[in-house]
Design a protein around this ligand. Structure first.
Ligand code: GAF
Length: 389
């Protein structure tokens, strides 16, 4: 069991009894690239997780150990800075957020590791950030609210990983509830849970195995393009603060003032927000087929207008579409690789997985990894595993 391994590794590398914290990755059913546009998302925390064992160490350093990389990293807490791309940046970024809030972070030891696949669009980085933020909050007794921790984890990603992400991933990791998806209004930060029974409708992720190195820079570019669109529209509609406020009619009325690319980016976001709202109605009505149609439309927008898909993801969505028992499929997360998310009738999951693996092999000569996920609760403290000494 993962908790036994992480606790044992902590015992091996450090002393004292650690606090154990579990932080999940996430799926997002619909609402992609809407979070940083003040819009809606519909994520859930999943049974892929990062575990942390953490304890104060009486020094002035954070002594970190990545179980998955079998690698140590030590940083002086008086001088926490982002460095070259490295796993420690996500952790240092969180420490820096506590310090920015005036919290003195004393020396601590931390072992972390898990099974959220990296670069697969399941938010392994948010799980790392949220896990440490939650663990430090416990350890230091800072009593910060979960939403504060989500914001701090998001800022860690901005300032120490260089990705100007929205708040969806950190929110999902911290606010997940078993067997429920959650619609978040990313502007007001109000949220509503909706039941989602993964016994009745399976969530199957198909990992393209692709991770394009341009993903972070293209992500930041998309964000800037959306902001450009907003600034043009604000000249006409001063009340607009984000694409969330824009209608397709307003956008169309000022198309000539916006570059063709920026126009398409904005159109996608405006339509995607509407799709989340519609999809939630379908979910409440129990109409998964109609929900799935919104997913296909989301993928088309991400591919054609937002241009964050890639050939491998497109192959996976098109391969899924005609298969029996598939309600819907789309790329998930930031894009340029990672996974597609597929909603599949339970009785058809086995044949779905076999057909998808065959199609991916046949069309692209690549092995396909798939995961059936269940929806779990958000970040929590676990009972430390009992490890024989
Ligand atoms: C990444 C980001 F981290 C999220 O904030 C979100 O924008 C997502 O891409 C796209 O919906 O996961």
């Amino acid at each position: 069991m993962l908790s036994t391994h992480i606790t044992a590794a902590f015992r091996q590398h450090f002393s004292s009894a650690p606090v154990l914290v579990r932080a999940p990755g996430r799926v997002n059913l619909i609402g992609e690239h809407t979070d940083y546009n003040g819009g809606f998302v519909l994520p859930a925390a999943i049974d892929k997780e990062i575990l942390f064992a953490i304890a104060l160490n009486g020094t002035s350093s954070a002594r970190l150990y990545s179980y998955d990389n079998q690698e140590h990293y030590t940083t002086e807490l008086a001088n926490v800075q982002p460095g070259q791309p490295h796993w420690a940046n996500y952790l240092k970024g969180v420490v820096a957020q506590f310090q920015k809030r005036g919290v003195t972070v004393p020396g601590f030891d931390c072992v972390f590791g898990g099974n959220v696949p990296i670069g697969a669009g399941m938010s392994s980085s948010a799980a790392v950030e949220c896990g440490l933020a939650f663990a430090l909050n416990e350890l230091l007794g800072t009593n910060l609210e979960r939403m504060d921790l989500a914001r701090m984890a998001q800022l860690a990603e901005h300032e120490f990983a260089g990705v100007q992400c929205g708040i969806m991933d950190q929110f999902a990791s911290l606010f997940g509830r078993p067997r429920q998806v959650v619609r978040l209004d990313c502007r007001s930060l109000e949220y509503e849970y909706f039941p989602f029974d993964t016994q009745a409708c399976h969530i199957v992720l198909c990992n393209s195995g692709v991770k394009h190195s341009l993903a972070s820079s293209e992500y930041n570019t998309r964000r800037q393009e959306c902001e450009q669109g907003v600034s043009v529209l604000q000249r006409h509609y001063p009340q607009i603060s984000s694409l969330r406020d824009v209608t397709l009619q307003q956008l169309a009325a000022h198309q000539s003032e916006i570059s063709e690319v920026v126009y398409r980016r904005c159109r996608y976001v405006v339509e995607e927000n509407q799709r989340v709202v519609t999809a939630c109605h379908e979910l409440v009505a129990g109409n998964l087929a109609a929900f799935g149609q919104q997913m296909y439309a989301s993928h088309a927008g991400l591919r054609d207008d937002y241009e964050v898909s890639c050939p491998e993801l497109d192959v996976l969505v098109e391969a899924a579409r005609p298969l029996p028992g598939v309600y819907g499929a789309r790329m998930m997360g930031g894009g340029f690789g990672g996974c597609t998310i597929n909603l599949v009738v339970p009785a058809q999951v086995e044949s779905f997985v076999a057909a998808m693996k065959a199609a991916y092999q046949q069309q692209l000569g690549r092995e396909l990894e798939t995961y059936q996920t269940t929806i779990v609760g958000g970040v929590q403290v676990l009972e430390p595993a009992v490890v024989p000494s």
